[in-house]
Design a protein around this ligand. Structure first.
Ligand SMILES: [Zn+2]
Length: 418
């Protein structure tokens, strides 16, 4: 365990050597490591005590092309990242290049970083100028989705794609959605859904996809843009690459559904006309909820869209349970605790249950509501609603006011307390 002082030294907040007993501001430390208030002690400790993993990829070009290089991506469990591009020209011609680092996980998360540049070969030599054969680029940043998905990210894989030309940049593939889909098809069998831009170029690329609404269809895939990330979706049952606008259904939450939701949430959800249900799901078939650029919240229910109050499945065996689960994410969006780019883990959940690592194993009641992760909060509510038997509550009645988890419904959910 590192001490606050060690962390403060590393973040440049304390003198080296440290002055004994000089005060260290936890607030400044939190600011320095990229946390916005309110900051819990747990958050701060997680930022200070982190794991890191570096992934290396080489830029390979065919024989006869004197362009090479490498990419190093370091990801940390506190959400910070560093990426370094190194491109080298060892031949005669100059090159313009565009290198993309695409990092994928088995659960379908994708991080993309991009670097465009120029390197010189022998032809750029003059009497006063030696060729600039190297182009190096380094970027650092923080993305909370790295922290939220750390266990999966540790086992991820780095892919390098490149375009290059000795005659200029025109004709480079600018369609990031297509490039990412290509890699996704190789790496995770199309189960991908979330693409996160790391660094300035990639974030701009994702923002600039040119959608004319909160989502759009690109290359037969539905794309939502949220901040510097995108979530890809399909119509339930459709193949990746085959979705058309005509297949997409969307509507506001109905008065009947709204009344049903109020039995759990009281008046703490946004108005029904701000909640849009769709028949979309993540590429792996999972439901997800995402804030739209139009101030509405999109609840993507897949097949449950048609009759959410009647729908049930292996993951959500009680009628209406998946709607309740997703409405917890709506609640989190309204109360500013949600991370856009979160896709519900029900399928992962089933696989993980076998090894006892379910993200839905939220433990006994007691911790403050804000200490449960986003998926755990949603599961606490949907399982209280459904009366799901757990290790903690082996005998359970749906929506029981004496249930050990009911305090969270009464004090947090219905009161809008995060
Ligand atoms: Zn969820």
């Amino acid at each position: 365990m590192k001490s606050f002082r060690e962390a403060a030294i590393r973040e440049g907040l304390s003198r080296i050597p440290p002055v004994p007993d000089s005060p260290i501001s936890a607030r400044k430390l939190a600011q320095r490591v990229g946390l916005n208030p309110p900051v819990t002690f747990t958050d701060l400790i997680a930022m200070i005590e982190f794991e890191e993993q570096t992934f290396h990829g080489n830029l390979v070009t065919p024989t006869g092309t004197a362009l090479g290089g490498s990419v190093d991506l370091t990801l940390r469990s506190n959400g910070k990242f560093d990426i370094q591009f190194h491109i080298h020209d060892s031949g005669i011609p100059d090159y313009d290049f565009q290198v993309r680092a695409i990092f994928t996980t088995s659960g379908g998360l994708v991080f993309v970083s991009q670097y465009n540049g120029h390197v010189e070969g022998t032809e750029s030599t003059s009497l006063t100028h030696a060729p600039n054969r190297d182009s190096n680029h380094q970027e650092s940043g923080i993305n909370p989705l790295i922290r939220a998905n750390w266990l999966e990210i540790k086992k991820g894989q780095l892919w390098i794609t490149k375009e290059y030309s000795a005659t200029g940049l025109s004709g480079f593939v600018q369609d990031v959605a297509k490039a990412v889909l290509d890699v996704a098809a190789i790496s995770v069998g199309g189960a991908l859904g979330v693409v996160i831009g790391l660094g300035t170029e990639a974030s701009q690329l994702l923002r600039g996809l040119g959608l004319d609404g909160p989502f759009g269809v690109i290359a037969g895939v539905v794309v939502f843009v949220a901040g510097g990330s995108i979530v890809m979706a399909i119509v339930a049952g459709a193949a990746v690459g085959s979705v058309t606008n005509a297949m997409i259904r969307q509507r506001e939450l109905s008065p009947q559904e709204s009344a049903f939701a109020a039995r759990i949430f009281g008046g703490s959800l946004p108005p029904a006309n701000q909640i849009v249900l769709t028949n979309l799901s993540g590429l792996g078939g999972r439901a997800f909820t995402i804030p739209g650029a139009d101030e509405k919240i999109y609840v993507n229910l897949g097949n449950a869209f048609y009759e959410p109050l009647q729908y049930h499945s292996d993951s959500y065996p009680t009628h209406g349970q998946v709607l309740i689960h997703e409405l917890v994410h709506v609640w989190q969006i309204k109360h500013n605790t949600f991370l856009p780019g979160t896709v519900c883990a029900s399928i992962v959940n089933q696989a993980n249950n076998i090894v006892g690592q379910s993200v839905y194993v939220y433990g006994p009641p007691g911790p403050a509501w804000g200490n449960f992760n986003l998926e755990a909060q949603a599961a606490i509510v949907d399982q209280w609603f459904a009366g799901t038997k757990t290790v903690v509550v082996p005998n359970r009645t749906p929506m029981d006011g004496n249930d050990p988890y009911f305090g969270y419904i009464r004090d947090n959910i219905r009161n809008g307390q995060t």
